[in-house]
Design a protein around this ligand. Structure first.
Ligand code: ADP
Ligand code: ASP
Ligand code: MG
Length: 423
């Protein structure tokens, strides 16, 4: 039996977390591939380092680099004695990162990003793998970039399934080893240039490996008891869902339930591999299983909140209708600037969208303004209610200003002006 486990940043945010993760790995009786993200909020820290590097702001390069170093040093000092040979290997890796940010950046932000941010995953997996070995959990560390091959779409790379299958199957064999520890989120081109699969992409990496290896299951270990009917950080009454069908889970992920990356489900569904979402705090608890079931399994309303949204309304400058040809131009702008649309609506003269307020948006708006009149509303949130009832809708809309609304048979969606949530 083959299992794939994926541990996110929260599970390995400190030495105590890493010891807990090793305990969960040790309890697994089967052949196991473990995918581990960068520790804690390292990827955000790495993004700051990339920003400073691109701007060639030497002061901030140093500050951001030292933040990463100090955070990892603390963890390494808590896990290893000062004469452990791993310390030299760890220093060498940090030194490589320092050398990288001392180079001069090229003009392609996404390319530079992919050469720097993955250090977070390499550091975390080396620390966990070496510590696991120290406590007698035999395991092999793998550089997943040698196995997962992608296109050159930096920061949102697409998997080359043929090559990846070939490499994964030839490298991950359970004859002599029963535990492999590796990175999520990263891969490389056929020319061995590092790429990333998009933020939060480790869930997807776990699913890709499970698919290729015909694993019996993928388990993603979280700081929550499973998939809940809302994000508990926002909605204090969230309840755990025991079983969800693949299509329902894809819908939840698509609408932005942060607990699962949207790309994760397809590789699993295609081979009927169940996905378990379980708590790393209580590893014996049942969690949620996502699998092929007749009914969706979800009867309660499910709330999905996407914060920090921008509502943009685009109109032709010459009072012409919004038709297929200008829609096609508009979509090309979005795709070129890698801005993903979370909701769209059109009328005779306007096309409106809700998008994540990310750094590329201002460039997108500038580009659109050449051909269109563009108005936008900052500071809005997008709330989706699946299986909605009047009561559920009232819960999230009463006392809020509704900027836009969309209703279908199962799903109600609202763009709301931000203000305090009261439940
Ligand atoms: P990871 O450490 O694996 O990257 P994330 O922090 O990305 O994990 O995802 C887990 C978080 O997702 C939880 O702490 C929770 O706040 C949030 N979350 C959002 N929606 C849901 C939901 N429907 N069910 C459970 N957790 C959710
Ligand atoms: N470390 C990456 C991120 O934070 C990938 C992941 O954790 O899934 O986005
Ligand atoms: Mg995450």
């Amino acid at each position: 039996m083959i299992q794939v486990y994926k541990f996110g940043g929260a599970s390995v945010k400190d030495a105590k977390g890493i010891k807990n993760v090793c305990n969960i790995i040790n309890n697994c009786q089967n052949n196991l591939v473990v995918v581990i993200s960068a520790m804690g909020k390292t990827t955000n820290a790495m993004e700051e380092l990339v920003d400073a590097f691109i701007k060639q702001d030497q002061t901030h390069i140093k500050i951001a680099y030292e933040t990463v170093v100090n955070y990892h040093n603390q963890i390494v000092n808590d896990l290893f004695e000062s004469d452990d040979p791993f310390l030299a290997q760890f220093d060498e890796l940090l030194n490589k990162l320092w050398q990288r940010v001392q180079q001069h950046p090229g003009l392609d932000y996404d390319f530079e990003y992919d050469q720097i941010v993955p250090f977070g995953e390499i550091l975390s997996t080396q620390i966990v793998s070496t510590y696991a070995r120290k406590i007698k959990i035999n395991n092999t560390w793998l550089d997943i970039r040698k196995l997962i091959k992608t296109d050159e779409n930096y920061r949102d790379a697409g998997i080359n399934w043929g090559l990846s299958s070939q490499f994964v199957k030839s490298k991950i064999k359970f004859d002599d080893n029963s535990v492999f520890i590796t990175q999520g989120f990263i891969g490389s081109t056929i020319n061995n240039i590092t790429t990333t699969l998009g933020r939060e992409g480790s869930d997807y990496s776990g699913a890709v490996l499970a698919h290729i290896l015909d694993a019996n299951s993928l388990t993603i270990w979280k700081d929550v008891p499973g998939v809940l009917n809302a994000d508990p950080r926002w909605y204090p009454f969230a309840e755990k869902l025991d079983e969800i069908s693949y299509p329902e889970a894809i819908e939840l992920a698509y609408y932005g339930a942060q607990v699962i990356h949207p790309k994760t489900l397809k590789p699993l569904q295609n081979k009927n591999i169940p996905l378990f979402v379980k708590s790393f705090v209580d590893d014996q608890a049942r969690g949620t299983v996502i699998q092929s079931v007749e009914l969706s399994g979800v009867e309660v309303p499910v709330f999905i909140l996407k914060k920090d949204q921008l509502f943009i309304t685009i109109s032709p400058k010459d009072f012409s209708f919004i038709l297929e040809d200008n829609l096609s131009d508009i979509f090309t702008f979005f795709s070129k600037h890698k801005v993903k649309i979370n909701l769209m609506q059109n009328s005779a003269l306007n096309f409106s969208v809700c998008v994540n307020n990310v750094r590329n948006v201002s460039k997108l708006i500038e580009a659109l303004q050449k051909d269109f009149v563009v108005r936008y509303n900052e500071n809005v949130e997008l709330v989706t209610v699946r299986n909605y009832t009047d009561k559920a809708v009232d819960k999230v809309t009463i006392g809020k200003e509704i900027v836009d609304a969309q209703l279908s048979r199962n799903t109600a969606r609202y763009v709301l002006k931000c203000s305090e949530w009261k439940f």
